[in-house]
Design a protein around this ligand. Structure first.
Ligand SMILES: NC(=O)C1=CN([C@@H]2O[C@H](COP(=O)(O)OP(=O)(O)OC[C@H]3O[C@@H](n4cnc5c(N)ncnc54)[C@H](O)[C@@H]3O)[C@@H](O)[C@H]2O)C=CC1
Ligand SMILES: N[C@@H](CC=O)C(=O)O
Ligand code: NA
Length: 436
């Protein structure tokens, strides 16, 4: 049999263990694809007493992950510890000695990827990161390679499994936010610090990577406007449903005449759109290319096995091209490094959208007509509106969906609405995104 390709795995948590399991369970299939077996020979284990759901026989375990990055006799390395440091130093050390790395670390790629890819280019090593976006969905490969003939106009997606799981549980089972989050953590979906999931930063990391690959712009996490799901209430989920919508946390990267929109926020999507039906831990990315039109991908966005599927796919790619200078292969960010150019990122105030608004108002006559008069004065049409009578002491609720307008116009109208004596509170304002 051909000599095995030796793999070092740094970090044996949800993803690392999944990689070991998959390489073992599907060893025959993988060997037939690659031409040589892939064998984990080294793994870094911080706590040797922790019970693990993978077989470590034949694997040399070390406490210090730098030992693997710097010295171990391996052909390829998997980084699965997460976070910025020491993950960055480990990857830079490995590529510095010409060892290619597979990482699932979207935070690191989004925030320091430009520097990491430069370091890898110095030696001709690769840094592969399919698992970093939308878990098991092979969306990096699809956009980078499969859509290379297109100018990408828009990319939008559900790219955080934890948030989609929470929103689905709240909508379908009436589960509380906190309970649904606890379940997502137990199932291995959430980040080590789940704030990254629920406050939208994890989606923003992934959107940064997708936007770069789609538009040929440098990775620029700081330019993404981010809002998470912590303010989404069961009431908004329920009213959206009455209007025929679902609320999803979307990442959106879109070209406009004056620049690109880069944002993550809870969004109303029509229940008729395919993406509205993507529930639970599933992710979905919808890409509009000028030649192909709209293309959609969906699948498991988090969890050990699904993520390991993407890590192992990258390992197979790199194993097949061991010894080949990565500077002659597909560039990591899809475009030739010297052709990667920034585009102006639009301020959210200028980005056009339809809006959902929920107001708490005093229960008195003429409320709807006064609100719609203000909207009409700002040339904003109302596509749907409802009013709910108060329960007991509560205020009444008015909810509406507007036509597509720049946010600043909507905000001016909202300022005037807030000043009306019967308006108690603008309780929710969400964007609405349309799909084919
Ligand atoms: N869990 C998931 O569904 C997905 C996770 N990812 C990414 O994969 C990476 C790993 O995530 P998980 O496996 O879920 O995390 P985890 O917390 O389950 O595992 C991380 C492991 O790395 C070890 N570790 C952390 N710092 C270390 C250090 N300095 N030295 C040695 N070991 C260290 C921890 O002890 C733990 O065993 C992260 O970048 C995450 O964002 C990506 C896609 C999906
Ligand atoms: N915490 C992330 C894991 C995968 O990237 C998520 O929930 O999507
Ligand atoms: Na992926």
């Amino acid at each position: 049999m051909n000599e095995a390709i030796k793999v070092g795995v740094i970090g044996l948590g949800t993803v690392g263990q999944g990689v070991l399991r998959l390489l073992k369970d599907n060893a025959d299939e993988i060997t037939r694809r690659v031409g040589r077996p892939l064998r984990v020979t080294y793994a870094s284990v911080r706590d040797p007493n922790k019970p693990r759901d993978c077989d470590l026989s034949g694997v040399t375990t070390v406490a210090d992950p730098m030992q693997i990055a710097r010295d171990a006799d391996v052909d390829l390395i998997v980084e699965a510890i997460g976070g910025i440091s020491p993950a960055r130093e480990l990857i830079e050390t490995a590529v510095g000695r010409g060892i290619s790395v597979v990482t699932a670390n979207k935070a690191l790629i989004a925030e320091d990827g430009n520097r990491i890819f430069d370091a890898a280019r110095q030696t001709g090593a690769s840094v592969a990161f399919e698992a970093a976006v939308a878990g098991g969905i092979p969306v990096i490969k699809a956009v980078r390679e499969g859509l290379a003939g297109n100018r990408v106009e828009r990319l939008a997606g559900i790219i955080n499994g934890t948030c989609n799981y929470i929103l689905t549980q709240m909508q379908e089972k009436g589960t509380s936010f906190d309970e649904a989050l606890r379940d997502a953590q137990r199932l291995g979906y959430a980040e080590a610090d789940p704030t990254f999931d629920i406050e939208g930063m994890d989606s923003a990391h992934k959107l940064t990577i997708l936007a770069s690959i789609a538009f040929g712009v440098p990775l620029d996490y700081a330019s993404v406007s981010v809002e998470g799901i912590t303010k989404v209430t069961p009431q908004d989920i329920q009213i959206a449903q009455v209007f025929g919508y679902r609320i999803k946390l979307l990442g959106i990267a879109k070209r406009h005449a004056t620049g690109v929109e880069l944002c993550v926020h809870p969004t109303l999507v029509s229940e008729k759109a395919m993406i509205a039906k993507v529930d639970g831990v599933l992710n979905s990315v919808v890409v509009h290319g000028n030649a192909v039109g709209e293309v959609g991908f969906y699948g498991r966005g988090a969890g050990g096995d699904a993520t390991a599927s993407a890590v192992v796919a990258d390992l197979c790619d790199l194993a097949r091209t061991l010894g080949v200078d990565a500077r002659h292969a597909v560039p990591p960010l899809a475009f030739q490094p010297e052709a990667v150019q920034p585009l102006p990122v639009m301020a959210m105030a200028d980005v056009p959208s339809a809006f959902y608004l929920r107001l708490l108002v005093a229960d008195e006559p003429g409320v709807l007509s006064k609100l719609t008069t203000i909207l009409a004065a700002h040339d904003i049409s109302v596509e749907a509106i409802l009013q709910r009578e108060p329960h007991g002491e509560d205020d009444a609720t008015v909810a509406l969906i507007t036509s597509v307008i720049p946010q600043h116009r909507f905000d001016h109208a909202l300022t005037e609405m807030r000043a009306l004596p019967f308006v108690r509170e603008d309780a929710a304002r969400l964007r609405v995104e349309k799909f084919e």
